[in-house]
Design a protein around this ligand. Structure first.
Ligand code: GCW
Length: 697
């Protein structure tokens, strides 16, 4: 049981009981139909059902479930943008589920769609067969549902095997080599397929010497990995170094406008697609944190991205070009530079200049995956560019998988945000999900009335490693689960996703366990926010590894992440009137809402404004009292999480339970440290005591 639970995550064998005990027919050809058939054969063998493999159209009178290829069967989903040229969009992954008199038929136009249909039936469990008659079509919100691994082939002296990895080693690499045994990758691919992920970049965006060679002499390793993912409908991408023509090709330049450089990339792409015909494309971090890029040659990021785009265009390849570009060597004394402005300042002028197969990959916030940031204004500023939303499933700044922090609610809030509507109403203006998927109203840019390009979908940094639970903290699995499901349908409710995940991961456990999981996880994002950096100001983490509190850790560094606390107040003035002007990068009405401290939402106040400690929030509390209250409250909530868990911990696999209890104890220790350092810091700065006289050091 122990082994089993640890490795199966949300594909616990018992989650297949409903399907496995039925008479199931699989019909059609295609590699992924073979995968579907294997899944069904294994499940029916285990649970006493019956499996047969037929040709499409064969009579199947007594089957309780038919999974069949049957093109063309689905009305085209709402795809208002005509994709011309190479857009990387292809396979129709939709499926149709009909249920009549208890017999369920899943039909799909492609074998990929059939695989998604299979996992949909698994998720439904008995409800797939018990429900009323139905006829539903399910289609992903976007074709681009990607995970990025920050895995290094070599162990990096500072970052280790996996940069910002909190789950042990890499599932792909071990000290300079690709694992000989890829069975763990196979299990991972199966888990990803079950939540709808269809693209994976397998190496770190910081591309070091050894990793760069995956593109050339070590391509054979990528071929092996791609073969594993292919069986699960997932395409492989590589992160590449912009300097590859120099470091790998022996040229003396990587100037994107140099003919030899362009030819080098054309040949590199040809070799890759020759070896891996369904290869996805390249991910590029350029001119960022020391990575090479076009700036060295006085070229723009459009010059750089488009040169690569031309090389991969014949194969329908994509260039995921990251917008995470800023000056990481700024002088902290220089108040005119604001890191938050950087991505917009660099990329907004380039809107419309990128080729159709370039996806601009934008972190959700303007800084760096903080527990609370406003949405990056770049997402709204590029109507003529394919923009992807980048999230961080690995919990670099949210507890590093030591703390139980369920990020579903954060992502859901991000996806539902509307740049052109501050009323919170369903006013019809596009959500961030619309911008990333190209659905709904997003197609028409509200600013200009012009048509947007096909969208860029979703990307996120994976949280998986060779840890026995995949994710270090067993509950961090729920984040990966939720990310995949939200990519498929951004409107899904994060609380319901938690239930789905729990039912598949711990099938048959008493409802008390489910209730405890909700108690622990439902508000855990908010709880983490409470005991860490306050009111959107960010950071205050230990430099380097980013775990635990250090209020001034980054204050006098070149990284551009400051809080400016002094004896009178705290926060960053990013207003147009007196500050860095960042608030002006938003469209109306948000530019005005953020500009004024009286309308700026409390949770972002210190991101946009420098205010006195005595400033009264919309909540009625002063800033300093809010800091005290939220930090005491945050720790109290962690204590309550531990209480809730201890009541059910004996009801789940002891192995899981032990790991969870261990991590909750560390969360409490760490949260207490955060509380005491932050409260003490602000008490000493401000001299203002806690109204409630609680202990501050
Ligand atoms: O969040 C920061 C991390 C870096 C990372 C960088 C990025 C891969 O601290 O480790 O580098 O972002 O997103 O490129």
């Amino acid at each position: 049981l122990t082994e089993h639970t640890a490795h199966s995550a949300w594909l616990h064998d018992d989650a297949f009981a409903a399907l496995g005990s039925r008479r199931v027919v699989v019909a059609g050809d295609g590699a992924l139909t073979g995968t579907v058939a294997e899944e069904v054969a294994a499940a029916t063998a285990r649970f006493g059902g019956a499996f047969s493999r037929l040709e499409v159209g064969d009579g199947v009178s007594d089957a309780e479930l038919v999974l069949t290829l049957s093109p063309p069967l689905v009305e085209p989903v709402e795809t208002p943008m005509v994709s011309t040229g190479s857009t990387g969009e292809g396979t129709d992954e939709s499926f149709r589920l009909t249920r009549e008199a208890g017999a369920v038929v899943v039909q799909a136009a492609s074998d990929a769609g059939l695989l998604h249909g299979l996992f949909h039936v698994v998720r439904l469990g008995e409800a797939a067969f018990d429900g009323p008659d139905a006829d539903e079509t399910h289609a992903p919100a976007t074709d681009l549902r990607m995970l990025d691994h920050w895995d290094n082939v070599d162990v990096h002296p500072v970052m280790g095997q996996v940069e910002r990895g909190y789950s042990g080693g890499s599932i792909f690499y071990d000290h300079g080599y690709v694992h000989a045994d890829l069975s763990r990758v196979e299990r991972y691919a199966r888990l990803l397929a079950a939540v709808g992920i269809n693209r994976v970049a397998i190496n770190n965006v910081n591309v070091h010497t050894r990793e760069a060679r995956l593109l050339t002499e070590d391509l054979g390793d990528v071929v092996r990995v791609a073969a594993v993912f292919r069986r699960w409908g997932i395409r492989v991408h590589l992160s590449v170094s912009f300097a590859s023509p120099i470091t790998l090709g022996g040229l003396d330049t990587s100037d994107p406008l140099d003919q030899d450089v362009a030819h080098w990339w054309v040949r590199a792409a040809a070799r890759v697609w020759d070896a891996i015909p369904d290869f996805g494309g390249f991910v590029v971090k350029a001119d960022s944190e020391g990575q090479p890029g076009p700036f060295a040659y006085g070229r723009t990021h459009a010059d750089g991205a488009n040169m690569l785009a031309a090389a991969v265009e014949p194969y329908d390849g994509l260039i995921h070009w990251r917008a995470f570009v800023y000056d990481h060597k700024q002088d902290w004394r220089d108040r005119s530079t604001d890191r938050a402005r950087a991505a917009y300042d660099h990329f907004h002028p380039l809107d419309g200049a990128f080729s159709d197969n370039v996806v601009l990959q934008v972190k959700y916030g303007p800084l760096d995956f903080q527990v609370r940031e406003p949405l990056s204004p770049v997402l709204a500023a590029m109507p003529h560019t394919r923009v992807a939303l980048e999230l961080q499933v690995t919990q670099e700044y949210t507890g590093q998988q030591q703390h139980a922090v369920y990020l579903g609610p954060q992502w859901s809030q991000i996806l539902r945000f509307r740049f052109w509507d501050a009323s919170g109403g369903e006013g019809g203006s596009p959500t961030v999900a619309d911008l990333a998927t190209g659905r709904g109203k997003a197609v028409e840019d509200p600013g200009t009335g012009t048509w947007r390009k096909p969208a860029g979908g979703f990307a996120a940094v994976s949280n998986v490693g060779d840890d026995e639970f995949w994710t270090g903290h067993p509950f961090a699995q729920a984040n990966l689960y939720a990310y995949g499901r939200l990519c498929w349908d951004p409107a899904l409710d994060p609380g319901a996703l938690l239930d789905e995940w729990a039912a598949l991961t711990f099938p048959g456990t008493p409802s008390a366990v489910r209730d405890a999981l909700h108690t622990v996880l439902d508000r855990s994002w908010e709880t983490y926010e409470q005991y860490t950096s306050p009111l959107g100001v960010g950071f205050m983490v230990r430099p380097g590894h980013h775990y635990g509190p250090d209020v001034d850790g980054y204050e006098y560094t070149p990284w551009g992440t400051y809080h400016f606390a002094d004896r009178d107040g705290i926060g960053v003035d990013r207003t147009v009137r007196t500050g860095t002007g960042y608030a002006g990068q938003y469209p109306a009405p948000w530019s005005a809402v953020y500009e004024s401290p009286s309308t700026c939402p409390d949770e972002l106040l210190l991101f946009f404004h420098h205010v006195p400690y005595t400033h009264v929030l919309q909540s009625g509390s002063t800033v300093v009292q809010h800091i005290y209250d939220s930090h005491f409250d945050g720790v109290a909530r962690v204590e309550a999480m531990i209480g809730a868990w201890s009541e059910v911990s004996t009801l789940v696999d002891p192995h899981v339970s032990e790991r969870v209890s261990e991590r909750l104890a560390e969360q409490l220790r760490s949260a207490t440290e955060w509380r005491d350092q932050v409260n003490t810091y602000f008490f000493r700065k401000s001299g203002i005591p806690d109204e409630r006289g609680r202990r501050i050091y």
